[in-house]
Design a protein around this ligand. Structure first.
Ligand code: FRU
Length: 502
């Protein structure tokens, strides 16, 4: 922008204007540009153009899984938030349903923020944060009930929480609904106006339309960041007992040596179930859900067979990504199934993913140093019953020989394991275009027991690593500058290995 007035004009006329027929024309041009852009993903949910962030309204309804997400259509910026809609019968093949929520009502004129879905009278309803603006463009939020109409669009039904309850600041958003004992409950992320700490508040409703505040959840995390975004409460059973789980994305947690490495974190606490009278929640330590570079704002739902499934945004706020220059940004993680085991969440890739396996490129019972194959969209499963010895797994390399004298040969994404200290390392220092380097270019995970199993899902610009059958997971984006770099090389000993092209 050559002047501040030009920026304000752009902000008001494009960045904070809902999609109209005029901008839809521009959108088609942008879509064409994005379709041909580098680093588009092969089998992940991604925006056709513009910026995707949080998963919203994830649910199973009328034979389909529905996933909505935060979407700014006209470029890779956090502008006026719309909701985009995709649906699937099997969590693998997604049908593009287009934009579902265009914020063109007075109540959401400054954007439709995150929220969740619930079913009422056999219709899909939502509880989400609507931002309105006044004539001076000052933003204020309310929490609204909305409904998916037969035309595929979401409209407001009721302004359920019209103002922020006293004791909280304007950081009050992201209602997530659950149903228990014939009552709807919702948990909402908040910031206390007394001490400016992050927390969450619980509401209840008999009819799903009118909601009343029950109060603030009573946790043992009194001083844990300044805002808890996207809370999600549900239960999981373990050893015959039902446990309460609260997932949330706290902001303002300081990095520690190997913890909390990203700009903002996402994790969970597990305890006995929330007492819905006293709101007390007795729980254990906060655990991160993912130790990779790009993971935020997860949301879960239950599948018809009772599985608890999670999607997350494979990206983070306030970080520029290399795809920005082409007019799009971000994607979803793969869906994961959650289990509880000894107080910790275990996350496994959903079983439906095996349907993505095409050619089997490599399979061997006992592998020593070897070239595994050439591919960029793949699943690699490796196991070693007695525990892996030291290894290095090189992905997206230019040639099996690693001739480091050429520039393209120095680009590679590396997974390493140091058996002596049981440390798993992800190194994206030389994986391609560098970005977000202020948050480091390696991630380390110290395992509590030897490494025996890894499952790696690679896509053109993403990688998801499941460790020891889902005890830990790392998600990340990578942007190789040489798309022909597609060699996978194993330097290590004794492992059983299978590689599938996706
Ligand atoms: C999390 C978040 C939410 C908010 C939404 C806006 O990434 O900041 O708290 O509802 O994104 O896009």
């Amino acid at each position: 922008f050559s002047s501040i007035n030009q920026k304000i004009e752009w902000d008001r006329e494009i960045r904070y204007t809902p999609l109209t027929e005029v901008s839809a024309f521009f959108l088609e041009t942008l879509k064409t540009r994005v379709t041909n852009a580098p680093w588009r993903l092969g089998y992940h949910i991604q925006p056709t153009c513009g910026l995707m962030n949080d998963p919203n309204g994830f649910c199973f309804f009328a034979g389909y899984y529905h996933l909505f997400y935060q979407w700014f259509p006209l470029g890779p910026v956090h502008g006026l938030k719309h909701w985009y809609h995709v649906k699937s019968k099997n969590l693998i093949d997604w049908i593009d349903c287009g934009v579902a929520l265009v914020p063109n009502e007075a109540i959401n004129s400054h954007g439709a923020y995150s929220g969740s879905a619930f079913i009422l009278n056999e219709e899909l309803h939502f509880f989400y944060t609507a931002n309105r603006r006044d004539t001076n463009w000052q933003r204020s939020c309310s929490q609204v009930i909305a409904k998916l109409d037969s035309d595929g669009f979401i409209y407001t039904v009721n302004e359920a929480i019209s103002s922020i309850p006293s004791g909280y600041t304007e950081h009050f958003r992201d209602p997530k609904v659950w149903y228990e004992d014939n009552t709807f409950y919702a948990i909402i992320g908040a910031q206390s106006s007394i001490n400016y700490k992050g927390t969450a508040v619980i509401y209840s409703s008999r009819d799903g339309i009118e909601w009343k505040m029950l109060g603030e959840i009573q946790t043992q995390l009194d001083d844990f960041g300044y805002m808890w975004e996207c809370p999600d409460y549900f239960t999981l059973d373990f050893a015959g007992e039902t446990h309460g789980i609260l997932i949330f994305s706290p902001q303002g947690i300081e990095a520690q040596e190997y913890k909390y490495q990203n700009i903002y974190q996402s994790g969970y606490i597990v305890g006995s179930q929330i007492n819905l009278h006293s709101l007390s929640f007795v729980h254990g330590e906060f655990e991160e859900l993912d130790f990779g570079f790009d993971f935020y704002a997860p949301q879960t739902t239950t599948a018809p067979d009772g599985r608890r499934i999670l999607f997350a945004w494979m990206g983070l706020p306030e970080i520029a990504y290399p795809t920005d220059k082409d007019g799009w940004a971000h994607c979803m993680t793969l869906p994961r199934e959650l289990y509880l085991c000894n107080g910790k969440i275990v996350q496994k890739p959903i079983k439906e993913l095996v349907n993505l396996r095409k050619n089997r490129l490599f399979h061997n019972e006992i592998v020593e140093d070897t070239f595994l194959g050439r591919c960029q969209t793949f699943e690699l499963e490796a196991s070693c019953l007695n525990g892996f010895t030291n290894f290095q797994l090189v992905l997206y390399a230019s040639s099996p020989e690693f001739n480091a004298s050429k520039e393209e040969n120095t680009q590679q994404l590396i997974l390493r394991y140091d058996a002596k200290i049981q440390c798993f390392i992800i190194d994206r220092t030389n994986a391609g275009i560098v970005f977000a380097t202020e948050y480091g270019t390696t991630r380390k995970l110290y395992l509590s027991k030897p490494l025996t199993h890894i499952q790696v899902f690679g896509d053109y610009s993403s990688l998801e690593v499941f460790i020891n059958e889902g005890e830990s997971v790392a998600s990340l984006r990578h942007f190789p500058s040489f798309p022909e770099n597609n060699n996978l090389i194993w330097n290590g000993r004794h492992a059983k290995m299978t590689l599938w092209q996706y």
